[in-house]
Design a protein around this ligand. Sequence first.
Ligand code: ARG
Length: 458
Amino acid sequence: MKLWGGRFEKETSALVEDFHSSISFDQRMYKQDIKGSIAHARMLGDKEIIRPEEAKQIIEGLENILKEIESGQVQFEIGAEDIHMNIEKLLTEKIGSAGKKLHTGRSRNDQVAVDFRLYIREETDAIKDLLGQLISALLDIAEEHVKTWMPGYTHLQKAQPITLAHHLLAYVQMFLRDMGRIEDTRKRLNVSPLGSGALAATTFSLDREAVAVELGFAGVTLNSLDGVSDRDFALEFLGAASIIMMHLSRLCEEIIIWSSGEFGFIVLDDGFSTGSSIMPQKKNPDVAELMRGKTGRVYGDLVALLTVMKGLPLAYNKDMQEDKESVFDAIDTVKKSLIVMEPMLRTMQVQKEKMYLEAKAGFTNATDLADYLAKKNVPFREAHEIVGRLVLECTRRGCGLEDLSIEELREVSGVFDPDLYEAIRIETCVNSRRITGGPAPETALEAIGLCRRILQAK
Ligand code: ARG
């Protein structure tokens, strides 16, 4: 017999049981469902909407069901549809008629909304912690490499010299923003929809605020239709998760490029690489590739739910049950990715010499030579033209700008002095970019300190 079976004359088709039941995936919200029901029951008892002894029986029954689920004694039933009705059914089997009073003044529509908010709230906390651990790893590695010179790129063409620290600190900024987005998501989702009922609230004088306080919410939703039909919080979460994955994916892309023979900037640890079934020499960055690939599925989760929601009239519609698998998949994928990225970074070997060699190649000091002229009052546009011609000449000869003699340089511009050689050394190019946000080693160390303090305050 269904909990809603009163007005039905026939059994649900077995095909439909299989099609619409969500217990296979929403059972992971059992804890949140029980927590929400306990708070609701306690309030019903306190307000004497049900008898206080009944509330007590319900709460004890739910606490026991929680223990039984956690010790693996509970077999959920597909016929009971979802986690909400499975637990209500177990409760009634356990404590009898008092169990039938739990659903007073409540609907599964506000129940599922509260459970889902509680579930995502817990996961935002977990993801924030994982982001913090990844940021700490990036900061530790950056600190070791404030003088590890490397080429910086635009268009994947050598541009100007930077350091590995500076490069990694860019990712620190991205992941700090991700933390901010996760915190924002949590802030906005943290209101209780219980009391919205099915759609039109309830005639019982529930104490919504007391329930919200018990469940750790900062307040209550202010419109019952919105309370049951809002999934913005899930979408915001998926948006934040998608951006985290996008950042991880860009980092993966760099790891993949850097570990190629052609770049040779890093060697991944054996524990974070895999081999080939046919080519004996291979050591592949599969982990980074898979993470880059998994980014697509999290975007898919976001787009799936946006699409589910776009045409729904108010208020609850069963389409919304599709919210869970998307969100659960995104949670699992983001968490696993963050967990793997941290040790993969910490164990990679940095090939400093190769990075230095490449930092010096490809005229990465050309801008500094133009700046040198500009500082001696040559208009920058002219300086750019002069250095451009020198680069062309060096390209023909197969040498660097620093290999040109002072006499050759003076033929092009009289303002060159021998101090130019110092000005265009790779180390000087980096060391003189000291302004806030720049790559100079001491600037990077300050940035690392600041980011550590920001992280600690989170
Ligand atoms: N399993 C449903 C969901 O996840 C719970 C709410 C169902 N409400 C309803 N009236 N069918 O959305």
